[in-house]
Design a protein around this ligand. Structure first.
Ligand code: ADP
Length: 258
């Protein structure tokens, strides 16, 4: 609590009473703490690829450039790190735009099946590379959802991208869409590595990763699911996850049916 005390004086300026006002600053302090944690996280995430880029550039300038194989190898790493920085900054800007309500949501009736097919096409090369089997099962007569089409696409890209990233070669990804009361529920189930029980409640937090090294190696930013949660909740929907280590995970989102 922050305490503010005001003395009450009589005619002769003698204090005869005092009024104490207690301000509950718990929320403000939590917010400050969250903000500084966030800034710390962002700085760390930005510095990691930069340190690596700097190291490889210095080694190249120090003479490694003479060998064309080494040169090519280092430049490939530098390129990948640059892409990761770009993705991180894009994700951060997206998240902050949605959070600050700067990104205006333009909902309209969206055909789920059509939108998901579009996303599957975008991710086609990654799906083929990992020899994954992706199936889309839509309930008969599924109503359209009321959503911003681009943002819905972003949700599906992030969920499918994770399912692809965290599922070994030859696995299966199943996307199911069905109606539940006034909502359409979409789930993405993979036969991947799964998530330890204790980590499940935290996966939607910004920058939370079960395995930092593994996420980074796969080009992850730790922001994908935080973005999913924000988009879905800003549409009045819900997110959920169920997972078993070594067996696979199911991520689900719900949107209002039209
Ligand atoms: P990242 O960029 O690290 O993938 P996300 O916010 O998308 O960040 O996911 C947070 C963490 O949740 C990941 O680092 C990973 O540990 C875990 N995760 C997300 N999706 C899956 C999945 N389909 N299977 C296993 N783990 C997952």
């Amino acid at each position: 609590y922050r305490v503010h005390v005001v003395p009450i004086k009589d005619d002769e300026e003698k204090i005869e009473a005092a009024v104490a006002v207690f301000h509950d600053v718990t929320d403000a302090r939590n917010f400050d703490q969250m903000r500084s944690e966030f800034v710390g996280n962002v700085s760390h995430e930005l510095r990691t690829p930069l340190t690596s880029i700097k190291g490889f550039v210095e080694t190249l300038l120090d003479g490694a450039m003479e060998n064309s194989d080494t040169c090519r190898r280092f430049l490939t790493i530098i390129e990948a790190e640059t892409q990761r920085l770009t993705r991180l900054i894009d994700d951060l800007l997206n998240l902050s735009a949605i959070e600050s309500k700067e990104r205006i949501i333009r909902p309209k009736p969206v055909c789920v099946q059509h939108a998901i097919r579009g996303v599957m096409n975008i991710l086609g090369p990654q799906i083929t590379e990992k020899k994954l089997c992706v199936e889309l099962i839509c309930a008969h007569n599924l109503p359209r959802i009321y959503a911003d089409e681009d943002l819905f696409g972003q949700v599906m890209i992030n969920l499918l991208d994770n399912a692809i990233k965290y599922t070994p070669k030859g696995g299966t990804i199943t996307i199911r869409c069905r109606q539940r009361d006034s909502r359409v529920v979409i789930t993405v189930t993979d036969t991947g590595m799964g998530i330890p029980q204790e980590s499940i409640p935290r996966v939607f937090e910004r920058f939370y990763r079960v395995d930092k090294a593994r996420s980074r190696n796969r080009g992850g930013t730790g922001l994908g699911l935080a973005i999913v949660k924000h988009i879905v909740e800003s549409h009045g929907g819900e997110v959920f996850v169920d997972s078993e280590i070594g067996k696979g995970s199911t991520f689900g989102v719900s949107f209002l049916a039209v």
